[in-house]
Design a protein around this ligand. Structure first.
Ligand code: SAM
Ligand code: SF4
Length: 447
């Protein structure tokens, strides 16, 4: 942007996973460098950007709904609308044809080109032209290593240590929207962790679509997470999302033993039937997955394990669904994210396996698992009753500003009355748990 021009205001909305939140921090940094200002207020914005998710159909529907709302604003005044991220990458043809209101499409590897795309779009509008700017090439190298994300103040800072995914699970669109797997240089990551701690953040979450397959020279993920957790002053280090196939003993030992690595592993299972796991190309059997859970729990019985499940994948029978239900019952995760299978364009499943489980059956299966998991989560959370646990304070509770909330080391939400104890975000407090629901622990000040 030219130095004497008045500032242009950008409103950026983020949908989807933590990786998208992180990418929005990169986008803010890249645009601020170029002189753009950010506003929370849509009405004030010259440019509205939506950083999108393509993982399931409902993520798409949300964006189409938002675009509908922007149409009304754009009728009244000049406005540049950009769709960023996975949906831009995956649906470029559909979005350019069916959404005349979209001026810019930029995929996850093209954010460096955004300043230029926005300035072209603004100039083109001023001249009464409506040219579209497209940047949707995937890169084998882009890791934004040199871009320091513009982080919001808070307790947690994310660092994406790798991007993309080479696993090609047959249901998943990520390898097509985010491209091939590539890892950042470890020294740069550790330096960034040091800066983050110096800025006052207490927790770092290492991110990647397949985070534990991180590799750079002779650094693997176990070495990387240990180096980050060794940074003086860091309280907690988390990571997401790992794949069950990449848990060598050194990584399990690091999680089990390092005092600053949180005792929580999110371990996506997806299904309990070997035939379905094979169709999904998950590369493990139910028995191998269970053996991994046993190994982790034998090293650290207090660890919190959570998972992801997909119901109603192509050709899943009642008996196969029942294998998933029994495994979930048996493994007793602290929490599970349960999804209906949603066919995604371009994936192996969309090309090879029909989406032939009815919507009603998918709903019925999700509901069954949801009810089962609620009961297990409640039982698991009740195990904390009477215990005193260290809680990292986040801020006000969602429901009431007279309550505060924080997280246990195992990532379980804890809520307490501020009259009991008022403390700034980032403090680590010992709290004693007196009640539990399936999703939350309730605490008093510890005596
Ligand atoms: N990389 C992680 C892994 O391999 O387990 C998962 C990342 S993905 C963004 C998060 C979760 O979304 C997956 O674990 C899966 O349960 C779910 N998911 C992905 N594609 C899906 C689809 N097509 N339909 C329903 N759920 C899906
Ligand atoms: Fe998608 Fe995760 Fe499989 Fe990669 S490992 S293809 S991100 S589900």
């Amino acid at each position: 942007m030219s130095q004497n021009a008045p500032p242009r205001y950008v409103h950026l909305e983020t949908f989807g996973c933590q990786m998208n939140e992180y990418d929005s921090e990169l986008v803010r940094s890249l645009l601020k460098r170029d002189g753009y200002e950010f506003t929370e207020d849509r009405e004030r914005a010259d440019v509205i950007l939506m950083n999108t998710c393509a993982i399931r159909e409902n993520a798409h529907n949300k964006i189409y709904f938002e675009l509908g709302e922007l149409k009304a604003i754009k009728k009244q005044r000049s406005l540049v609308v950009g769709v960023l991220g996975c949906m831009a990458q995956n649906l470029k043809d559909e979005l350019t044809k069916s959404q005349p209101l979209v001026d810019i499409l930029a995929g996850p590897d093209a954010y460096r080109r955004l300043p230029m795309l926005i300035s072209d779009a603004l100039q083109s509008q001023e001249r009464g032209l409506h040219r579209k700017g497209l940047a949707v090439d995937l890169s084998e190298y882009e890791t934004y290593d040199d871009v320091l994300p513009e982080r919001n103040d808070g307790v947690n800072a994310w660092i994406a240590v790798m991007r993309g995914c080479d696993n090609f699970c047959s249901f998943c669109v990520v390898p097509y929207t985010r491209g091939r797997e590539r890892s950042r240089d470890p020294e740069g990551i550790v330096r960034e962790a040091e800066q983050i701690v110096a800025q006052g953040f207490k927790q770092i979450t290492l991110l990647g679509q397949n985070v534990n397959s991180y590799r750079s020279g002779n650094w693997d993920f176990a070495r990387l997470i240990t180096a980050v957790a060794d940074v003086p002053g860091i309280e907690r280090v988390r990571f997401t999302s790992p794949h069950p196939k990449d848990f060598p003993p050194a990584l399990l030992e690091a999680v089990a033993d390092h005092p600053h690595i949180c005792k929580h592993i999110h371990l996506p299972l997806q299904a309990g039937s070997d035939r379905i796991l094979d169709l999904m190309n998950r590369t493990y059997t139910a028995r191998e997955y269970r053996a991994l859970v046993d190994r982790i729990r034998s090293m650290r019985p207090d660890i919190v394990l959570t998972t992801d499940i997909i119901c109603g994948f192509s050709s899943e029978t009642d008996a196969e669904f029942d294998e998933t239900r029994r495994l979930l019952e048996n493994l007793r995760f602290h929490a599970a994210y349960i999804f209906k299978y949603s066919e995604r364009k371009h994936t192996i499943a969309a090309r090879k396996f029909p989406d032939d489980v009815s919507e009603a059956t998918k709903t019925e299966r999700v509901t069954q698992l949801f009810d089962l998991q609620r009961r297990i989560s409640l039982e698991r959370n009740r195990e904390y009753l009477g215990m005193t646990v260290p809680v990292l304070v986040d801020g006000d509770a969602k429901r009431s500003s007279s309550q505060a909330k924080g997280k246990t080391d195992g990532n379980i939400t804890v809520v307490w009355d501020k009259t009991e104890l008022s403390s700034a975000p980032g403090a680590l407090l010992p709290l004693s748990i007196y009640d539990a629901s399936a999703s939350t622990l309730y605490a008093h000040r510890s005596q």
